[in-house]
Design a protein around this ligand. Structure first.
Ligand code: PXG
Ligand code: PLP
Length: 440
């Protein structure tokens, strides 16, 4: 069959987070999708093992989401959010406030996770400023954290490759140690028992820098991009205690963890730990159109608004904040999550995915397997002298065998749509197992 890319110039497109030369030498094109499956340009079906990119939680092309988008673009394609509004976005904010943990009831819309993170960092600074503590300007991120590609998110992020070419970034940023430890955590099912004490490093950071200089701590409830690092039992609780004690805001970056990935609306709910700010994107619209948001404690917004003269209180926003088409898509995605019970489904499938992945334990090169909710990772021993090569080979071979996964370093991540069925989870694990069997 003629593959589309033989007739298509691939030259002009500068691909994001991609090895452009390798891709263009051996391109992979997806041309359509429905449910849990993509179709590639050679006609093959590809099972989506990573929900697009951790975002298509309701699967692809859900008729209710498609219809909502089509109707909305015809009815009201765009309305500025600056000094004007439209009804759906107000209703969406109410819905998100109702879903969010108690006291988190102010919603600021963005278009992506990166914008949500930069927005949350700016809100944290504005909040302290409004309280007369404008010397609180430092942010604390975490090693191996990913918080998007903006300058703020890159600064608090903790993945060296993402930072190394971009100069000094935001001043004053500090990083907590990462929470993964092979010796103490390998092959944990669910949250590892070991590692809560790593949160105490925040006390050391506070002691050295003084709480009065620190605006906020930002962490992913589990680190996604860096390879599925699950928080140790008690770790997030301890971060919450220490931040509260020192008047430091706690931001949960829930761009991946919200909307059912952990079997609940938010990781905050699953872990029973309530931060001050939550960043979301991805699953908010099930990935169908871009949208993100920051959810804030009402008191944070009130403080900023009350401190301002009777004019614009927060000088921040985006042309497409609260875009009508995105708002319509988000309403439809939330309807689907509710009506199809997808968060509960994620909880039900959690042990199925756990058993399937841990069944790969004795395959060649496997160094660790970990999981929580409907997400898991298989970490491989790197090939000597060729880090990342093994996992990259798994990615390519799995794709050729009709499975889309995500790899980072030598870690294979899986996070299927919440509509996945047990047979598909079995297929996913079986194909990965075969691919590992055939690997040098
Ligand atoms: N925060 C977190 C926790 C994320 O996972 C972002 C922010 C940025 O969102 P946008 O929508 O601006 O991309 C993300 C995005 C990977 C991978 O390697 C993960 C993401 C993006 C790209 C690749 O798994 N997550
Ligand atoms: N650059 C220019 C020249 C602009 O006029 C704008 C918005 O008006 C932006 C950047 C920001 O774009 P957005 O609001 O879509 O983030």
């Amino acid at each position: 069959m003629t593959r589309l890319h033989n007739e298509l110039s691939l030259d002009a497109y500068w691909m994001p987070f991609t090895a452009n030369r390798a891709f263009k030498a051996d391109p992979r094109l997806l041309v359509s999708a429905s449910g849990t499956r993509y179709r590639a340009d050679d006609g093959r079906e590809v099972l989506d093992g990573i929900s697009g990119l951790w975002c298509c939680n309701a699967g692809h092309g859900h008729p209710r989401i498609v219809e909502a988008i089509a109707n909305q673009v015809a009815e009201l394609d765009y309305a500025t959010a600056f000094q004007v509004g439209h009804p759906k976005v107000f209703a969406l904010a109410e819905r998100l406030a109702d879903m969010a943990p108690e006291n988190i009831d102010a919603v600021f819309f963005t278009n992506s996770g990166s914008e949500s993170v930069d927005t949350a960092l700016k809100i944290a600074l504005a909040y302290h400023h409004a309280r007369g503590e404008s010397e609180r300007t430092r942010f604390v991120g975490r090693e191996r954290g990913y918080h998007g590609a903006g300058f703020g998110g890159t600064s608090v992020g903790g993945i060296g490759n993402n930072r190394k070419h971009f100069g000094p970034l935001l001043p004053g940023v500090l990083h907590l140690p990462q929470t993964y430890d092979h010796e103490h955590q390998a092959f944990s099912r669910g949250q590892p028992e070991w590692g809560a004490h790593l949160a105490d490093e925040l006390e050391r950071i506070v002691a050295v820098n003084h709480a009065s200089t620190i605006a906020a701590v930002i962490v992913e409830p589990f680190a996604g991009s860096a390879g599925v690092l699950i928080p140790p039992v008690g770790y997030l609780e301890r971060l919450r205690e220490i931040t509260a004690k020192h008047g430091i805001l706690l931001i949960f970056d829930e761009v991946i963890t919200a909307f059912g990935r952990l079997g609940a609306g938010f990781a905050a709910e699953r872990f029973g730990v309530v931060p001050d700010l939550i960043t979301i994107a991805k699953g908010l619209t099930s990935g169908a159109v871009p949208m993100g948001a920051v959810l804030a404690r009402g008191e944070i917004r009130k403080t900023i608004i009350d401190a301002a003269p009777d004019a614009i209180e927060l000088f921040h926003g985006y042309t497409y904040s609260g875009h009508p088409v995105s708002a319509a898509a988000a309403h439809a995605a939330l309807d689907v999550y509710r009506d199809e019970g997808l968060f509960e489904r994620s909880r039900t499938l959690e042990p199925v995915l756990e058993d399937a992945l841990h069944g790969l334990r004795d395959k060649p090169h496997v160094r660790d397997i970990r999981n929580l909710g409907l997400v898991g990772a298989v970490e491989l021993e790197p090939r000597p002298g060729e880090p990342t090569a093994r996992a990259t080979e798994v990615f390519v071979r799995a794709f050729d065998r009709g499975i889309l996964v995500r790899t980072t370093a030598d870690i294979i991540a899986v996070a299927p749509p919440l509509i996945v069925v047990e047979d598909e989870i079995a297929t996913l694990a079986a194909v990965l197992g075969d691919v590992l069997d055939g690997l040098d």
